[in-house]
Design a protein around this ligand. Structure first.
Ligand SMILES: Nc1ncnc2c1ncn2[C@@H]1O[C@H](COP(=O)(O)OP(=O)(O)OP(=O)(O)O)[C@@H](O)[C@H]1O
Ligand SMILES: [Mg+2]
Length: 328
C-alpha cells in the first residue's frame, strides 16, 4: 500500500511525509556506491532500511552481509571482519574468510558502529581508504569492492568530540547521513504498520482493530519503536481471530494517558530525573506544537486550528520555542 518501491521480500511501510522524503532521497543515491550512515534509536528500522538500500541497488544480486559490532571482543571481531590465515594463531587450524571478503562485490552492513573498539576503527579506516585488506597473519593484500552501510544509535559527532570515535573514520562513513525518526515522531505510520503486522502474523485471517485500541496504539510513546509495535501486534494477534479490543492491549499501552505520552516524547525532559513544573509545561507545549505541525504537514493555519489556538498565538509560541517551520 505505502511501499516506496516493491522489493522482493521487503515491505517497508512509510506513510509519514518525513519518512517518505527520506526514502525518496535514498532512492536517488542507491545507484552510487556512496557510504551511508543510518542513525536512529533502537527498533526504528535501520536494518530493514539497509536491506532495502541493498535490494534496490545495482548490487542487489550480490551478497548482503550484516554484522553487529557491539558486544564482541575486539580479537573476535577482527577475525570476523578480516578473516585469518591458517596458523595465524594457535586455534587457527585452517584459513577463514572474513566478512569483507564474503561481502565482496556486494554490501556490508556494519550495525552498532558506535560501539566499535578503537583498534578496530583504525583497521576499518585502512580498508575503506585503501580498498584492500589483509587477513590476520596474511601477507598478501586482497582487493575489496563493497558498499558500506553503517548504523548508529547515537550521534557519532558527539563520540568524535569525546575522542572515542576516530574523526577520519567518521568522515569516511558519514558521506550520506540518514536520520530515521522515532515512531513517536511519525505516529501516522502506526495504523498502516499495525495493518501490515496483522497481515503478516495472521495471513489467512481478516483481523480488524477497534478505534479505541488504535487510538491507544497511536498515542503510546513506543520507546522500543517499530520493533516494540511489531511485538505487541504479534501478541495481540495470538489472542484473537476477529476484532482487537482495548482489553487485548498490554496495560502500559491501555493506561498511558496522552499527557504522559507527550511528556515521554521529549527525550531530554523525560530522561532528566529532576522534572520541574515549568519544564513539563514547556515540554508539553513544544511537543503539542510539533505534533500539530507534523499532522498537518507543516501547515501552520491548520495546525493552529487543530489545537484550538489563533494563528497569532500559535506563531508566538513557535517563536518562543524556536520551532521554525519553513513551509509557510
Ligand atoms: N518501516 C517499516 N516497515 C515495516 N517493517 C518495519 C519498518 N521499520 C521497522 N520494521 C520492522 O521492525 C523490526 C525492527 O526493525 P529493525 O531491526 O530494522 O530496527 P533497528 O533500527 O535495526 O533496531 P536495533 O537498533 O535494535 O538494531 C523489524 O522486524 C523490521 O522488519
Ligand atoms: Mg538493527
Amino acid at each position: 500500500m505505502f511501499n516506496i518501491k516493491p522489493v522482493e521480500s521487503i515491505t517497508l511501510i512509510a506513510k509519514n511525509e518525513t519518512m517518505r522524503e527520506m526514502l525518496f532521497r535514498l532512492d536517488k543515491i542507491v545507484d552510487s556506491d556512496s557510504s551511508i550512515l543510518l542513525i536512529g534509536e533502537t527498533g526504528v528500522g535501520k536494518e530493514i532500511i539497509a536491506e532495502y538500500i541493498h535490494r534496490t541497488s545495482p548490487r542487489s544480486q550480490r551478497p548482503f552481509v550484516k554484522i553487529g559490532l557491539s558486544a564482541m571482543p575486539a580479537d573476535l571481531l577482527e577475525s570476523e571482519l578480516f578473516g585469518h590465515e591458517k596458523g595465524a594463531y594457535t586455534s587457527a587450524s585452517h584459513e577463514k574468510k572474513g566478512l569483507f571478503e564474503i561481502a565482496n562485490t556486494g554490501t556490508l552492513f556494519l550495525d552498532d558502529i558506535d560501539d566499535v573498539p578503537i583498534q578496530i576503527q583504525t583497521k576499518l579506516l585502512r580498508v575503506l581508504e585503501s580498498r584492500e585488506m589483509m587477513r590476520i597473519g596474511g601477507t598478501k593484500p586482497i582487493p575489496i569492492d563493497v558498499r558500506i552501510i553503517t548504523a548508529s544509535k547515537v550521534d557519532l559527532k558527539e563520540l568524535v568530540n569525546k575522542k572515542i570515535f576516530r574523526a577520519d573514520l567518521f568522515y569516511r562513513i558519514n558521506v550520506v547521513p540518514v536520520k530515521i525518526p522515532p515512531l513517536r515522531e511519525r505516529r501516522d505510520d502506526i495504523p498502516p504498520l499495525v495493518e501490515h503486522f496483522l497481515k503478516h502474523y495472521k495471513p489467512d485471517k481478516k483481523i480488524s482493530i477497534n478505534n479505541e485500541s488504535l487510538r491507544a496504539l497511536v498515542s503510546y510513546s513506543w520507546p522500543g519503536n517499530v520493533r516494540e509495535l511489531r511485538n505487541v501486534v504479534q501478541r495481540m494477534s495470538l489472542y484473537t481471530d476477529s476484532k482487537i479490543k482495548i482489553e487485548d492491549l498490554p496495560p502500559e499501552i491501555r493506561n498511558e494517558n496522552p499527557v504522559e505520552s507527550l511528556i515521554k516524547a521529549c527525550n531530554k525532559c523525560y530522561v532528566d530525573g529532576t522534572l520541574k513544573f515549568d519544564e513539563i509545561v514547556k515540554c508539553l507545549e513544544s511537543n503539542l506544537l510539533n505534533e500539530a505541525l507534523q499532522n498537518t504537514n507543516g501547515n501552520q493555519t491548520r495546525a493552529a486550528k487543530s489545537l484550538g489556538l489563533s494563528l497569532s498565538t500559535f506563531r508566538d509560541k513557535l517563536k518562543k520555542y524556536k520551532l521554525y517551520c519553513p513551509k509557510n
